[in-house]
Design a binder for this molecule. Structure first.
Ligand SMILES: NC(=O)c1ccc[n+]([C@@H]2O[C@H](COP(=O)([O-])OP(=O)(O)OC[C@H]3O[C@@H](n4cnc5c(N)ncnc54)[C@H](O)[C@@H]3O)[C@@H](O)[C@H]2O)c1
Ligand SMILES: [Zn+2]
Ligand SMILES: [Zn+2]
Length: 367
């Protein structure tokens, strides 16, 4: 079987993979399309520590090829989006509608593959850069067969992560203002989540000037090229302090919400510094373990500023994946427009290079 393996130092396209048969509560999926998320690149460059060898990819869609004896919610032939949360369904987090807090979902590793005869593990409980993969029943969420696989695949991470951060975690309200740092696959979905929420000013920030057109297409009202400007100053000029009220200390003015969709401490610090009184910065990007950000506690404590993390859009996949499909069908959520490059597995390098050059919304591998 073909797939892309993380070898410990690099990624390798191989045809030396074998896959086990699904257990009683598992589903085997024939992968049709898989988006390349920055988190896959972060495994390869060591930012996200992961076991090797393992099969990469965690944003995918395909067709159910086989089901275990106890599986009842999907059947062979169903089209599915794969959710990365192998949640248990019975713990306190799962029972209160927070599967992203389920302890079974973090660092969850199983070894359904062999690579050149040796055991190889999965990544993010998904491993969708392979012709076939095995997931838990709870992770295979069926969708209508008329959604193109390339578009559907992106729901599996970038769309849920970005739109979910706005709708589920921040719960942005109409008229609020926001800044989005990083106009990649995740950031564009934060931007369209903000548009869905009725945010008034949506300021997109990227170090690649060419991202402006995409940002505006997805709903940004302003764009800041951070390669040549002080992003915080620029955001505060776009959303200034109301001149009718007295300017106080601790920096009034700025946005209600800011989203770090890059994963760099300077970016998160800028996201905090761009906040108005009462504003909240949402940390989505994943920097190396141990990364810290310094902030004057007074700028938080006196004026109700906050910082919150958000994993996987705080998603509840069996609610949110059908919702994304419904919004897409109503013409309110852009999925097709996110797919700006497609390639077979062998074209992985080209997609990675284009991502590093900031040329893509999302690159999608077709299998
Ligand atoms: N929290 C989660 O659950 C979750 C889920 C998915 C991805 N992620 C993380 O989100 C981040 C973004 O992922 P992606 O797939 O959208 O990446 P991407 O490569 O598609 O996009 C990143 C964007 O950030 C821009 N950028 C880089 N440095 C910048 C800077 N200093 N200031 C402003 N913009 C800058 C790039 O030009 C690019 O447009 C990664 O760290 C990824 O690991 C987190
Ligand atoms: Zn991802
Ligand atoms: Zn659980």
């Amino acid at each position: 079987m073909r797939g892309i393996v993380y070898t410990g130092t690099d990624a390798e396209v191989t045809d030396k993979l074998e896959l086990a048969e699904p257990g009683p509560t598992e589903v085997k999926v024939k992968i049709e399309a898989a988006g390349v998320c920055h988190s896959d690149l972060s495994v390869i460059d060591g930012t996200i520590p992961w076991k090797a060898p393992s099969v990469l990819g965690h944003e995918g869609a395909g067709v159910v090829a086989a089901v275990g004896s106890a599986v009842s919610s999907v059947k062979v032939g169903d089209h599915v989006v794969i959710a990365t949360l192998a949640s248990c369904g019975t713990c306190r987090a799962c029972s209160t509608g927070h599967p992203t807090w389920c302890i079974h979902t973090l660092g969850n590793v199983s070894t359904p593959f062999t690579y050149d005869g040796e055991p190889a593990s999965n990544f993010a409980a998904a491993s969708v850069f392979a012709e076939y993969t095995i997931v838990k029943e709870v992770q295979a969420v069926s969708i209508d067969a008329d959604v193109p696989f390339t578009s559907a695949s992106l729901i599996g991470c970038g769309v849920l992560t970005g739109v979910g951060a706005v709708l589920n975690r921040a719960e942005v309200r109409p008229g609020e203002t926001a800044a989005v740092f990083g106009v990649g696959g995740v950031g564009l979905n934060v931007i369209q989540g903000l548009r869905l929420s009725g945010a008034s000013r949506i300021v997109a920030v990227d170090t690649v000037a060419g991202k402006e057109a995409l940002a505006r297409q997805f709903g940004a009202t302003h764009f800041v090229d951070a390669s040549g400007a002080d992003a915080v100053k620029a955001i505060r000029a776009i959303v200034p302090h109301d001149p009718k009220s007295v300017a106080g200390a601790l920096g009034p003015g700025g946005v209600t919400w800011s989203f770090d969709c890059v994963g760099h401490p300077t970016v998160l610090r800028n996201a905090i510094d761009a906040l108005d009184w009462g504003g909240t910065a949402v940390a989505i990007g994943i920097p190396p373990r141990g990364t810290e950000v310094a902030v004057d506690v007074n700028s938080l404590a006196y004026v109700d500023r906050a910082v919150m993390g958000c994993r996987y859009g705080s998603a509840r996949p069996h609610h949110d994946i059908p919702l994304m499909v419904e919004l897409y069908k109503e013409g309110r959520l852009m999925l097709d427009e996110l797919v700006t490059a497609t390639a077979p597995l062998e074209g992985f390098r080209d997609i990675v290079d284009a991502m590093h050059e900031g040329k893509l919304a999302r690159g999608v591998l077709t299998l």
